[in-house]
Design a protein around this ligand. Structure first.
Ligand code: PXP
Length: 254
């Protein structure tokens, strides 16, 4: 199965907003990402609008429509965000947990406890034609609850794996990777499409991309950082090569 790459351009807006300037423009980053081989663009409109703005979502939705590429709209499970998603009808929506004081999306959505709130948002977005994904930890109960809530996709949170791998905590990283691998298999069995993302860099993309059921990776912060040194197009192309090589190697070994 080919592995798609979604590029998250939130942190282009972070840099822009640091100066209250009109540049760098997330849409320009999205153009370059698509030209470099990204399969889609991901953007998270946070409730506090700390990076991506409503106007960015308008512009990104327009651009993706013109280029015939999917926009993956990341959003908290709130009535306001559902209304914004409905206004844009993005190809895909990804429901994430959101706390104002967090630096980034910490942990996955609690679909088990989210109950009807999550189920209702999934149904509303699906009825509007969006492919709905739930960003969760690789926990058997969360995966089962996601299928139950009617989501078509889950995105497995790879942050803990990437942190452990980068810290050289090999046993911990291996244990988390085993959970991600088992979670992907469980989800696929339940008929869910499986994505993964958070914290992925050149060093961690290989083991994640080798998980056979994965259909898509979403990568942002590292690519935007790397773009400072080598340019966004080159950073994306290198990531793509590493993903594809890891997937090909895993398929050969299977
Ligand atoms: N996937 C989801 C659901 C996310 O919330 C994020 C971060 O916004 C990412 C992927 C990308 O994570 P990173 O920026 O660490 O690559």
């Amino acid at each position: 199965m080919p592995l798609r790459l979604g590029v998250n351009i939130d942190h282009v807006a972070t840099i822009r907003n640091a100066r209250g300037a009109s540049y760098p423009e997330p849409t320009r980053a999205a153009e370059i990402a698509l030209l470099a081989g990204a399969d889609g663009i991901t953007a998270h409109l946070r409730e506090d609008r700390r990076h991506i703005s409503d106007a960015d979502i308008d512009a990104l939705a327009d651009l993706c429509r013109k280029r015939g590429k999917p926009l993956n709209f990341e959003m908290a499970v709130t009535d306001d965000m559902v209304a914004i998603a409905l206004a844009h009808r993005p190809h895909a929506t990804c429901l994430v947990p959101e706390r104002r004081e967090e630096v980034t999306t910490e942990g996955g959505l609690d679909v088990v406890r989210g109950g009807n709130r999550v189920r209702d948002a999934v149904q509303t977005l699906k009825s509007a034609g969006s492919r709905v994904s739930l960003f969760i930890e690789a926990d058997p109960a969360q995966i089962a609850a996601s299928a139950d809530a009617g989501a078509q996709v889950i995105e497995l949170h790879t942050g803990a794996f990437c942190d452990a791998a980068r810290a050289g905590e090999h046993e911990r990283a291996a244990a988390i990777l085993a959970r991600l691998t088992a979670g992907a298999a469980q989800a696929a069995q339940a008929g869910l499409e499986v994505h993964a993302g958070h914290g992925i860099d050149y060093a961690t993309v290989g083991p994640v991309a080798a998980i056979p059921q994965l259909a898509e990776l979403n990568i942002g912060h590292f690519l935007i950082g790397e773009a400072i040194f080598v340019g966004l197009g080159e950073a994306i192309q290198r990531m793509r090569r590493l993903m594809d090589a890891a997937r090909a190697q895993a398929e050969q070994a299977a």
